[in-house]
Ligand binder design. Structure first.
Ligand code: UDP
Length: 237
């Protein structure tokens, strides 16, 4: 990868990134490592918005399989993202950088409500902005949220953290013949049904010419590394 120059980016962390070796819930040591990584990245002078998923706690589809209406399950999923954002916010502040959680679902006793101007203002002050509760609507994902927020907050890219070092034609942990892409278009990602993000997220990124940088969050300093143009990643777009 050549050295990119970003002013503002949206980092997408899935809920799974917070589970560490536990495989579920929230592992504090992992949260702290992520927070340190985000603070290092912010110290480069790049404004950071972070969309956090909730799959480590609840996913709407899975909850609805137990007989709960899907919109209720999705609300549980969105509330899970708020918990993840709050634990990350506290860890980022402890690591020495101001952070603010803005939630798409209003919960004034807990955190501020998301609106574009408020997010822009906080980003401009160098605070890490944690974008909680997804889009605030059921039937969406936090991947789509990341692209949506990147477009509306005029970010230059979405940094999508995964468990592998880029986009592959199949799951490289299951298929040894899986091909790794260095670069791929949004359209190809949709046509090839690549699982790294859902097709709504890819379609929104395509329409808004938003690059998605897919990288592995496994190692310390991974986010900073991507922002410096180091390490392996796939550019979608
Ligand atoms: N969700 C939703 N609307 C949104 C974003 C998320 O309803 O705009 C719900 C949905 O149920 C989803 C859950 O929140 O399954 C957790 O988000 P996601 O699955 O994207 O989390 P991740 O897989 O990244 O941890």
């Amino acid at each position: 990868m050549s050295e990119p120059s970003y002013r503002r980016v949206i980092v997408k962390l899935s809920g799974e990134a917070l589970t560490g070796s536990q495989g579920f819930g929230i592992e504090q040591a992992t949260v702290e490592q992520l927070a340190n990584d985000l603070v290092k990245a912010a110290s480069l002078g790049i404004e950071l918005g972070v969309v956090v998923g909730g799959g480590n706690l609840f996913r709407g589809v899975e909850v609805s399989e137990r007989g709960v209406p899907r919109p209720v399950g999705d609300t549980m999923g969105m509330l899970a993202t708020v918990m993840n954002c709050l634990v990350l916010e506290a860890a980022i502040e402890r690591a020495g950088c101001e952070a603010r959680t803005l939630s798409a679902l209003a919960m004034p006793a807990v955190c501020e409500t998301y609106n574009r101007k408020r997010a822009m203002k906080n980003l401009g002050k160098g605070r890490v902005v944690l974008l909680a509760a997804g889009t605030g609507n059921p039937f969406f994902t936090t991947d789509t949220t990341a692209v949506l927020r990147a477009a509306e907050l005029e970010a230059q890219a979405v940094l999508k953290a995964t468990n592998v070092d880029g986009v592959y034609s199949a799951d490289p942990r299951k298929d040894p013949k899986a091909k790794r892409y260095e670069r791929i278009s949004h359209q190809e990602a949709i046509e090839k049904h690549l699982k790294v993000m859902d097709s709504t997220a890819f379609a929104l990124a395509r329409e808004n010419h938003m690059p998605i940088i897919v990288f592995s969050i496994g190692e310390k300093g991974a986010i900073e590394g991507v922002l410096r143009g180091k390490g392996r990643a796939t550019i979608v777009g």
